[in-house]
Design a protein around this ligand. Structure first.
Ligand code: ATP
Length: 228
């Protein structure tokens, strides 16, 4: 399921209020680029992480907030025996049916936005120094630019993305390539970035660049405080 989560005007104003309090960081990258690897490291350095993909999964898990509406619109055959969204079935439907894709997004996106804001305020109140919004389709969804102070793009060559996705999700090359094709180009993403984290070596090679990023973000807050 796609997770773009553009912001409605209500959410935008809530995020603008939060942005006055602490730095808001967007973190994106193509499928399999390493967003989770980078956000896990940032969490270790003390960042508050809001993972919109995780939220998308939670609301479509058993008893998830989106389940009753999905069942009502698409029918019980899209809900599995445990009460969760049948992802495989839904994926194949929305891949070939743009109307179904839009209907699913109309159900899920508002719920994802509400939960994103809720988590962001909770983390801000818990005194995290800055917040990182992990949004796979941040560039595609629009509306995020004004909401964040800094955009981090995790990047690696497309062939490496394909290999990782094939291995992790047990997909064929064609299936992995088809998903990549639905996402914005690598060039577009890189052009929008304030910081690019390259992830084409070993996972441990991320430590240094991510620590530098963490220091840079702390610097954003220091500069704000000293100018206020
Ligand atoms: P998605 O958009 O699909 O959720 P992602 O951008 O969050 O992916 P990760 O989940 O961090 O990416 O990584 C995708 C897969 O590639 C995982 O199985 C992860 O363990 C592996 N991986 C990521 N970076 C590296 C690396 N530098 N070396 C080896 N494996 C890696």
């Amino acid at each position: 399921m796609a997770a773009d989560h553009s912001n409605s005007s209500t959410e935008q104003s809530k995020l603008s209020a939060l942005k006055m309090r602490l730095p808001l960081i967007g973190l994106t990258g193509g499928i399999g680029s390493g967003k989770t690897a980078v956000s896990n490291l940032l969490a270790q350095f003390g960042a508050g992480i809001i993972d919109t993909d995780l939220i998308a999964h939670q609301i479509t898990a058993p008893n998830g907030k989106a389940i009753p509406r999905i069942q009502e619109y698409f029918g019980a055959e899209f809900i599995d025996a445990k009460g969760a969204l049948d992802r495989t079935k839904m994926r194949s439907l929305v891949f070939q049916n743009p109307e179904a894709k839009k209907a699913l997004e109309d159900i899920t996106h508002p719920l994802i936005r509400q939960e994103t804001i809720k988590q962001a305020y909770r983390l801000a109140d818990a005194d995290f120094p800055y917040l990182v919004f992990v949004v796979p389709l941040l560039i595609e969804s629009g509306g995020w630019n004004e909401q964040i102070d800094h955009l981090v793009v995790v990047d690696c060559p497309e062939d490496l993305q394909i290999q990782r996705v094939m291995q992790r999700s047990n997909l064929s090359r064609d299936e992995a390539e088809a998903i990549l094709k639905t996402q914005t180009s690598r060039q577009t993403r890189l052009a929008a970035a304030n910081t690019i984290i390259e992830n084409q070596g070993k996972l441990t090679e991320l430590n240094g660049p991510v620590e530098l990023l963490h220091q840079k973000i702390l610097g954003i807050q220091k500069a704000r405080l000293s100018s206020s």
